[in-house]
Design a protein around this ligand. Structure first.
Ligand code: HAM
Length: 425
């Protein structure tokens, strides 16, 4: 039997890749002072129907539970985050800088860069209205990608502003309730022939709002309210990673101000990441009780994984990391079956001391045991045999052998293995 379409098995190799991606996300988020949080995998469906909006609502994995509740598997984090913060707003000092690395589910057509299950790094800042927060967040996404081994030659952050488009639309005489539909037209304006854009605009009934005017604004690349964000990024030496692109409007309904998406330069992939301001969502979520400015982004693991595979520097970094994640440091060879009880006591003692230790569960030829040690990537083989309480220790890479007493063995081995400790102090 196969997995459902769009779902993935994570064999150890894929699991190591996933862990690498998640560990880089966590590491760089912490460098920026973000703290980790999480929420439920299942939410009431209204949370997404009312708060996500856009095409996401049609992509929900939803069902009725045994208590008759209509629930959906989470397709994104932003509505959950807004609910959580609104519920306990007073408990937290502002601005909040929170991140998470959840798995999401969307019923989309599986294709390159798109699955029905994926992981997404989310970083959000809540309670800060200034452009400094937008710049901080964009700098974070840039540094996360740099940590993977990408440079400004590999990706670009496209910066836009819903505020600028709102003003454009209002100045032309557009009604606020038509804004979202107008954004959808802007989203497609560069891909469709001007006549189609004109026809779509005509339905909004705003005299003088033409496809030419929309395209001229789109291509004008005026900094408008993006100026301070660009200045802050320039001061951080990150100007080469960003450009203004008013074709970006974002699909989700809740965005309000600065919005952005990150693309690979080769343009072979869909967006790697997307985000922006959603200054009204917390108020909406709390019926006006909590009114906090907010912004954030989501960076998925699928497009990122494709790009890592296609970029030699990034691939080399990932391989260096995953190959360090070997199954064991030390393989204990039971050369004399009568010594199995001593061997078991030793295994236990070494594991308690924090070493990764494996050994043969049943009797096996010594040659086979050495093969198993190599296969698992062990650095050292400890032979328990006739010489007990002396042990023969073999460095597998060099084949060098030493005789060591069984007392104080854990310390001796720890000094010899190069692997990182399992639990960091
Ligand atoms: P989004 O644009 O829907 O934003 O998703 C962000 C990224 O997640 C996309 O650019 C893409 O890389 C990845 N992604 C989305 N759907 C899929 C899929 N079906 N398969 C694989 N990857 C996918 C949001 O989700 C917003 N909630 C982000 C945000 C956080 N805004 C503010 N805070």
């Amino acid at each position: 039997m196969q997995t459902l379409p769009g779902f993935r098995d994570f064999y150890p190799e894929e699991c190591a890749r996933r862990n690498y991606i998640l560990s880089v996300w966590r590491e760089v988020a912490r460098r920026y002072g973000f703290v980790e949080y999480d929420g439920p995998v299942l939410e009431p469906i209204e949370l997404y129907q009312k708060k996500s909006g856009g095409e996401l609502v049609g992509q929900l994995f939803d069902f009725t539970d045994k208590g008759g509740r209509h629930a959906a598997l989470r397709p994104e984090m932003t509505p959950t985050l807004a609910r959580m913060v609104a519920a306990r707003e007073r408990d937290f000092k502002k601005p909040l800088k929170w991140f998470c690395v959840p798995q999401f589910f969307r019923y989309e057509k599986p294709q390159r860069g798109r699955g029905r299950e994926f992981y997404q790094f989310n970083a959000d800042i809540i309670g800060e209205a200034s452009a400094a927060a937008d710049a901080e967040l964009i700098a974070l996404v840039i540094d996360v990608l740099r940590e993977f081994g990408f440079s400004e030659r590999d990706f670009i952050v496209r910066l836009s502003s819903r505020t600028a488009w709102q003003k454009f639309f209002a100045d032309a005489g557009g009604r606020p309730e038509d804004e979202y539909e107008f954004f959808q037209i802007v989203d497609k304006a560069e891909r469709l022939p001007a006549e189609k854009t004109s026809a779509a605009l005509a339905r909004l009934n705003v005299p003088g709002l033409t496809a030419e005017a929309v395209l001229a604004f789109l291509r004008g690349k005026q900094p408008a309210d993006l100026g301070p964000v660009l200045e802050s990024l320039e001061a951080r030496g990150l100007a080469d990673f960003v450009e203004i692109d008013y074709a970006i409007v974002r699909g989700l309904a809740y965005y309000t101000g600065v919005v952005f998406e990150v693309f690979d330069r080769s343009k072979n992939e869909r967006a790697l990441a997307g985000g922006g301001r959603y200054d009204k969502l917390l108020s909406l979520m709390s019926d006006g009780k909590v009114d906090l400015a907010a912004l954030g982004f989501g960076l998925g693991d699928v497009v990122l994984g494709n790009l890592i595979d296609d970029t030699p520097e990034a691939k080399a970094r990932m391989t260096a990391w995953t190959s360090r994640q070997r199954a064991c440091d030390v393989y204990l060879i039971v050369a004399k079956e009568e010594r199995r009880a001593d061997a078991l006591a030793l295994v236990q003692q070494l594991r308690l001391a924090g070493l990764r230790v494996d050994f043969p569960l049943t009797e096996a030829k010594v040659g086979k045991q050495f093969q198993a040690a190599e296969h698992l990537g062990a650095e050292l083989a400890v032979v328990v045999g006739e010489e007990w309480p002396l042990l023969k220790i073999k460095t597998l890479a060099t084949r060098a052998e030493e005789a060591v007493p069984n007392t104080g063995l854990a310390d001796w081995l720890r000094n010899r293995t190069t692997n990182v400790p399992l639990v960091q102090g």
